[in-house]
Design a protein. Sequence first.
Length: 270
Amino acid sequence: MKIIKNILFTLLLLLVSKSFLMAEDNEAYRYKWIGTFAKNSSYTRQVIESNMQWRVISDRIKQRWIEGYSITEIKYGNGKWVVLFSKGVKNSQQAYDVTGRWESMGDTIQKRWAEGYYVVAVEHGLSEWVAIFAKNTGYTNQSFERQKKLANFQKKISQRWAEGFDLVDMEYGEGHWLGVFSQGIGYSEHAMSVRTDWKKFTNAISKNWSDGYLITDMKFGIGRWLGVFAKGTAYNKQTYEIRPTIKELQKVMDEKALEGYTLVDLSEGW
């Protein structure tokens, strides 16, 4: 009887372990929102706004600006526009533009540069490009690169790093990878990782952290996770959290704030 009990107990343990591993694997391949949190950023209070309609988001942007918030992230995922607002941002006088095709946005960026603005965030969703601009960013020069192939885009990133540029934001839209680069940010060293799934990408994140690099941007596109890392950031500690919805991630953001963390990067994908 004792032998039978031991066998049953062993089988139960195997079933529990298998269920845990299956749940872990499923997490890696499910759609998810990822929030990267850091300590020692300049951000203070933060709030997230999300809605399916850009018209509603546009109204909320104007209201949050009145309240003294600045846009620090904008994303489109799972049918919603998501905007992260923060206080304590060093730039000022923000603006945004919306265009249908990248060619139009490229021209718009040139006009904003002439007005003294720099791009601080860019996103593509619902066949529209949205760019967020700001003045007093500390940037001294700015440029952008678009490449259809990820390998070519990686080469352009490395080339810009060699020229003294740092990556401000990246996006995948209209079949191309887009990177916005600026001089004047002041990162000291850079690293880059590409993986085919999230589970493998988390290993790359851990490896970069162990080497002293911190996340500055992450993007999912055409079945690949691309991460950009740097030394010389203002952050002294980093972590990330995964949630299936932006609403759940916002709850985490509020909890992490009590621990001294602020949300410094927002990404989504499979």
